[in-house]
Design a protein around this ligand. Structure first.
Ligand SMILES: C[C@H](O)[C@H](O)[C@@H](O)[C@@H](O)C(=O)O
Ligand SMILES: [Mg+2]
Length: 392
């Protein structure tokens, strides 16, 4: 196709402090306060997830400059490792190609990294490149990304809020509140009792109709998760999220069988690609939560979402700011979205990827009309210190 701009240069930067690596926060933040994880069996790593390195990666910024001078960008969680993969490996599949060759670029990025990738930070890096390509194409075409994806199926998004204060989330107009689970199996019956007491207390504060969910961040086993689900169902828990480690597909199938039929079994934020989600969908989980910055980007999430739709499974992407909003608004099997409360006490709405994205929209009264600004509609803040550790 003549006249289509080509890709002149790909650049990868790292940034520290919040942003896409939203676990990279200062002290006294709810998101790092005694949250149960697979590392909780080690007492020295039980109080803080930063103590075992949840924030080691930092933010990866991918910039893609076209031959007409337009620059698209994205942010995701991948840091310096991601910058190395983008500069030293993935850039070769983009530079010189047309900005519209997104599918072929994705296929070459994925297949060329299979010998060391498949999931994890390599897919985060591929996702970052894919998101930047969609931002670039939207800017060149002067349309929001959601118009590149078939257009909106709803006028606005509605959100549940993730954080320590579902009672405040209800006041702020959200449709539900997801709390982190604080105690895992290593804390025995006392921890189990505290988990249920916290839920019961919050149910008393929000009333019977407001959604309450627990996010278990891979910390449980099938036995504990089954017991927790049954005890929590007495307090109307709507879903139990990521109870097990991502690779335990067999455990998720068993948990689905054992848990109360009215409780949703959800997971997926640490899963990647259509193949990983096919395996997950075949376990029978009720709702999948891919992160568009980690699962393979928009190009792969389209395939994952269609597969889920064929299974009758909802897709509610893990909180990834504008990058998921432009997707969710175009999918009939994505009826609502997640908003991560990044305010330190989860009592106020602040931009999810603060302080990195200028123009980052936030829900008002738990709802948001996705802005029709070209691309993903945000700019990288000039105030952040971005560092380019590698070139090619
Ligand atoms: C609140 C959870 O522990 C994680 O920090 C959160 O990022 C993720 O699991 C989520 O679903 O938002
Ligand atoms: Mg989660």
């Amino acid at each position: 196709m003549t006249g289509t701009p080509t890709i002149r240069e790909v650049r990868a930067y790292t940034v520290r402090g919040g942003g896409a690596d939203y676990h990279d926060q200062g002290d006294a933040h709810w998101i790092d306060d005694h949250i149960a994880t697979p590392m909780s069996m080690y007492p020295e790593y039980r109080q803080s997830r930063q103590s075992f390195g949840i924030n080691v990666l930092g933010t990866l910024v991918v910039e893609i400059e076209a031959s007409d001078g337009t620059v698209g960008f994205s942010v995701t969680t991948a840091g310096e490792i991601g910058a190395f993969i983008v500069e030293k490996h993935l850039a070769r599949f983009l530079e010189g190609q047309r900005v519209t060759d997104i599918e072929r670029i994705w296929d070459q990025m994925y297949k060329s990294t299979l010998y060391y990738g498949r999931r994890g930070v390599v897919l985060n890096a591929i996702s970052g490149v894919d998101l930047a390509l969609y931002d670039l194409l939207g800017r060149i075409r002067q349309v929001p990304v959601f118009e590149l994806l078939g257009g909106p199926v709803r006028d606005e998004l509605q959100f549940y809020a993730t954080g320590a204060r579902p009672d405040k989330a209800k006041e702020l107009g959200f449709i539900g509140g997801k709390m982190p689970l604080h105690h895992g199996p290593a804390e025995g019956e006392e921890g189990f009792r505290k988990n249920i007491e916290l839920l019961a207390d919050m149910r008393g504060k929000v009333g019977d109709d407001f959604w309450l969910m627990y996010d278990c961040w891979m910390s449980l086993d099938v036995e504990y998760a089954t017991r927790l689900a049954h005890a929590a169902s007495d307090h109307g828990l709507k879903w139990i999220e990521e109870a097990l480690i991502p690779d335990d597909y067999w455990g998720y199938a068993e948990l689905r069988k054992r848990a109360p039929s009215t409780m949703l079994i959800t997971t997926g934020e640490h899963e990647a690609t259509r193949w990983g989600f096919r395996q997950l969908l075949e376990t029978g989980v009720d709702l999948i939560q891919p992160d568009v910055g980690w699962c393979g980007g928009i190009t792969e999430l389209i395939k994952i979402s269609a597969l889920a739709d064929a299974h009758g499974t909802m897709v509610v992407p893990h909180g990834s700011s504008v990058y998921s909003y432009h997707f969710v608004v175009t999918r009939t099997n994505s009826p609502f979205a997640e908003f991560l409360m990044m305010h330190p006490t989860a009592e106020e709405v602040v931009p999810m990827f603060s302080p990195m994205l200028v123009g980052e929209p936030v829900p008002v009264n738990g709802r948001l009309k996705v802005p029709e600004t070209p691309g993903f509609g945000v700019e990288l803040s000039a105030d952040i210190q971005k560092h380019r550790p590698y070139t090619h």
